[in-house]
Design a protein around this ligand. Structure first.
Ligand code: HAM
Length: 420
């Protein structure tokens, strides 16, 4: 038997219903906030991720799915969505259109990680990228949108952990302070961090090994090294979040695992489900240098991405979603070929009027069809028989009360809609 690749999932049955529901909520919220849907390829030139996510990031160093196509091009399955959106923005010269672009996306991402609860090799993210504005109101909008989507799914005790890396000058000052602080402790750092110390010392801050963790407790904090402008900017973002009544915690440990960030960085967790690193539901931040670094104009950007697989895993533990089942509204029953011709017509008319309807396609007898209607939890049954059809009538049965009524076939759609 051929099985699915390690770290991947199939979404089927009642799970897929939950996915459809969450996607509907996400899409509606995105439209309310005036975001435009964007779809970019699942694979891109490998160089795109090397130059954006960063050569020294764990993602590019260890986790990308790289391959050569038949023409010997180096391609990579996207490990995240931001780089592709910016590549498209630059390539299609969208910066010449309106001054600001607000994109949203929803799709699969690929990282060769050790699969575990909440950590997959193929996973789904929805996210946004806002390109063209440096106003802190956008930082607050993006954070609030992420928060409100999770809140509208009824996930409770949400908290945004927020930090600022500041502009280039602030980051440089911080980097120097961090290197100075870490140098005498180098021997005690884990092997990965010894390497990071040389290539990208900020990465050490989100190391997961205990020994390094102890040393990091007293490490300098990014917010203490912000220059005046960056500090004011961060304070304004927090002020706007207060107005939007978003719960946040300034957390100097948030530096994020991708290299492109500056200024605001954030992650969102539910305090009810906050036991491991895998419980981070989403994260993002500002990247005011990235568009230029990818050969675009000198413009601004900020975005977030949420892990849909993690969100669905939480929803599945909630009472609210326990009874979510695939249900239909009406089941149309028939036996003879003559009755079937009417069934085909009625089913189509009901579907075109937005009623969820099913009928027999397996030549089951009436008993079997009653059973199937119960399994699908149909509310109403339309039972066709030749005798009534000759008089222009059909039988409609309420599957809960078992009450039956004869309805004129020409009025069946209105009757069903009125009785659902
Ligand atoms: P990220 O923090 O790498 O950010 O991923 C965002 C979210 O995707 C995580 O918080 C998590 O919920 C989910 N996620 C990440 N890896 C996995 C995995 N292996 N299995 C399941 N879920 C996962 C980004 O990807 C940035 N592009 C976000 C961003 C957008 N920054 C600016 N704009």
């Amino acid at each position: 038997m051929i099985t699915k690749p390690k770290g991947c999932i199939d979404i089927t049955g009642d799970d897929s219903l939950l996915w459809e529901y969450v996607n509907d909520v996400v899409n509606t919220m995105m439209r309310t906030y005036n975001y435009e849907y964007i779809r970019t390829p699942i694979f891109e030139a490998s160089e795109l991720f090397h130059r954006s996510v960063g050569e020294t990031s764990d993602i590019v160093k260890k986790e990308t799915y790289d391959f050569k196509d038949k023409a010997d091009r180096s391609l990579t399955l996207r490990p995240e969505g931001t780089a592709g959106v910016i590549r498209s923005f630059i390539e299609n010269k969208c910066y010449h259109l309106p001054d600001i672009k607000k994109y949203y996306y929803n799709g699969t991402m690929y990282r060769y990680e050790r699969p575990q609860n909440g950590r997959l090799r193929e996973f789904t993210q929805f996210g946004v990228e806002v390109l063209g504005s440096n106003d802190p109101i956008i930082d607050a909008e993006v954070i609030s949108l992420q928060y409100k989507i999770l809140e509208s799914l009824h996930i409770e005790n949400l908290q945004v952990n927020i930090n600022s890396l500041g502009d280039e000058e602030s980051r440089q000052n911080y980097k120097e302070a961090l290197v100075k602080y870490l140098e005498p402790h180098l021997d005690l750092l884990c092997d990965d961090c010894k390497e990071r110390f040389k290539t990208n010392p900020l990465r050490i801050l989100d190391c997961k090994t205990d020994a390094t963790n102890e040393i990091l407790k007293k490490a300098p904090k990014t917010i203490d090294y912000l220059n005046e402008e960056s500090r004011k900017r961060f304070e304004t973002v927090l002020k706007y979040l207060d107005i939007l009544e978003i719960d946040y915690e300034v957390n100097p440990k948030i530096v994020r695992g991708l290299d492109y960030y500056d200024h605001t960085v954030f992650e969102i967790v539910s305090l009810d489900h906050n036991d491991t690193q895998q419980s981070v539901l989403g994260g993002g931040g500002r990247y005011n240098k990235l568009i230029k670094e990818l050969d675009g104009p000198d413009s601004y950007g900020i975005g977030f991405a949420c892990g849909l697989d993690r969100i669905i895993a939480i929803l599945k533990t909630m009472d609210l979603y326990k009874d979510i089942k695939r249900q239909i509204e009406v089941y149309v029953m028939y036996v003879s070929e003559e009755e079937k011709l009417h069934a085909i017509d009625i089913v189509q008319n009901l579907r075109l009027n937005g009623v969820i309807v099913e009928t027999d396609t397996l030549n089951k007898g009436l008993k079997g069809q009653f059973k199937e209607a119960d399994r699908l939890q149909a509310k109403l049954l339309i039972i066709l028989n030749n005798e009534d059809l000759k008089k222009g009538l059909v039988n409609v049965k309420d599957n809960a009360t078992k009450e039956e009524e004869k309805v004129d076939i020409s009025e069946i759609v209105e009757y069903i809609i009125g009785n659902l």
